[in-house]
Design a protein around this ligand. Structure first.
Ligand code: SF4
Ligand code: SF4
Ligand code: SF4
Length: 453
């Protein structure tokens, strides 16, 4: 299946099934509206008439070039993955989101965790549960050596003792079990101090810093309990953390809403604050919320992605990465990841402060998706099997979508929460995903062209 589009002045053709990305001239771009596989050795006669605005020689040459791509398998390629989709099996659990705090010191309007408590009581995880989570991961990761654990919430810094005890426990036993724990923490930054910054920079392989951009954008939706500006509190702390972090991974995670459809300005603001690793996620929420993004907003959001894409292609001065626009043309993800994406409920789980296990952080608190509990050692194999078999070819419409191997079927949680079915893609998210992917591919092409590729 091919997808063709114009971005950054290039005519780009993606052949989804071979992952071939081609920059073509106008004649080839137009010709691809007409021809399809299987391609004959000679151009079909009607081609000359339909492409009468080009000379016969140009049409003939262009057809020959496309035929070359077809023969080498990078145009109109067949889907080689579908036949393996029935063999998708369960994987060891290799990553976990540990919700150490079902409480938060902020009251963000768009919080998917219902301002931290996930719709239940406000609660911090006792260290014993954190240690049990480590034992669970060691056991369930089978022969996987590298294990990822993300301290999450609510606000994980509110359960700092549990964070430290869990890390210490993991470090004390990882070698004897042949494991290597990589920790991440996702924080709103309010409770950061020098001691925590140094600890995080030493122990955490990655840090996710939540900040939406400009002061007025951040403060409008990320609210403190006492009505003060959260921006003024956290920006200096994040800057200090990043300055001291050296070359270890981090990123600033912004969320954009209907209130800041000009989110390029927020991305650039974050860059001007000195942050280089940036993301801006579209809020996904009930469309009746005043800040919700809806279909009506799509043209404006697309326009804004175009603007950000232009800025990134022509950028001078401070460098920065925007995660949603990063794609590797040469090495896509491995086959399993291409088909199944995030691994939720299969190789990835989330644990709440009671020790309850859920398929991922967005399923936390939804009883029907509870997979078990660390205290009684239960772990529901049926749910795990269900997610192992939830992939591109079991989701409605994904196998016919040109973005399939980059998107991997989207977010199961959004599908369940907003479409009522993990296997029914959330349409608005699909539209955004496809637009971002066009920008990402165009930027990768632009980089290759500028580098002489
Ligand atoms: S900081 Fe995070 S957990 Fe806390 S209210 Fe805001 S979005 Fe929710
Ligand atoms: S989730 Fe949407 S964008 Fe992703 S592959 Fe499926 S249909 Fe395409
Ligand atoms: S289901 Fe969605 S929220 Fe959950 S891990 Fe996957 S992508 Fe993330």
């Amino acid at each position: 299946m091919i997808h063709k589009f114009k971005q950054l002045g290039y005519n780009i053709v993606l052949d989804s099934d071979s992952n071939g990305v081609h920059v073509v001239d106008d004649c080839a771009f137009d010709m691809l509206d007409i021809i399809n596989a299987p391609m004959d050795e000679n151009p079909p006669k009607e081609l000359f008439q339909k492409l009468g605005r080009y000379s016969e020689e140009t049409v003939r040459e262009t057809y020959g070039e496309l035929l070359g791509l077809y023969k080498e398998g990078s145009l109109f390629a067949a889907d080689e993955y579908e036949k393996y989709s029935n063999t998708m099996v369960k994987s060891p659990v290799k990553s976990m989101c540990l919700n150490v705090a079902h409480d938060c010191n902020l009251r963000c309007e768009y919080c998917f965790a219902q301002t931290g408590d996930f719709g239940g009581e406000r609660l911090l995880m006792p260290p014993e549960i954190g240690k049990k989570a480590i034992d669970f991961l060691i056991e369930k990761s089978a022969d996987r050596q590298n294990i990822e654990l993300d301290f999450f919430g609510g606000e994980p810094l509110m359960a700092w003792d549990t964070v430290v005890e869990t890390v210490n426990y993991a470090r004390s036993i990882e070698k004897q079990h042949g494991k290597n724990f990589r920790f991440t923490i996702t924080t709103n930054g309010v409770l950061l101090d020098d001691e925590k910054i140094d600890y995080i920079n030493r122990e955490m392989s990655n840090v996710v810093l939540s900040l939406d951009g400009r002061r007025e954008v951040t403060d409008r939706i990320r609210k403190t309990l006492n009505g003060k500006s959260v921006y003024d509190v956290i920006v200096p702390k994040f800057q200090k953390l990043v300055e001291r972090r050296g070359d270890k991974d981090y990123y600033v995670r912004a969320t954009f809403t209907k209130y800041n459809l000009d989110f390029t300005d927020d991305v650039l603001h974050l860059r001007d604050l000195g942050f280089e690793q940036l993301s801006a996620e579209p809020v996904v929420t009930d469309e009746n919320e005043p800040y919700a993004l809806t279909k009506v907003d799509l043209p404006r959001i697309f326009e804004e992605y175009d603007r950000l894409c232009e800025v990134m292609a022509n950028r001078t001065g401070k460098k920065f990465n925007f995660f949603h626009f990063m794609v590797d043309l040469d090495q896509g993800p491995c086959a399993i990841k291409r088909l199944r994406g995030c691994g939720c409920g299969n190789d990835y789980v989330a644990v709440d402060p009671h020790g309850n296990i859920f398929p991922c952080h967005q399923f936390v608190g939804i009883d029907e998706w509870k997979m078990g509990n660390l205290n009684d050692g239960t772990f529901n194999d049926e749910i795990k099997t269900y997610f192992a078999k939830t992939h591109l070819y079991s989701k409605q419409g994904c196998s016919g979508c040109w973005a399939k191997f980059y998107c991997s079927g989207g977010c199961n949680a959004n599908s369940f929460i907003y479409e009522g079915d993990c296997r029914k893609p959330h349409e608005l998210s699909c539209e955004l995903q496809r637009k971002r992917l066009e920008c990402a591919l165009a930027l990768a092409v632009d980089k290759a062209v500028k580098n002489g590729g």
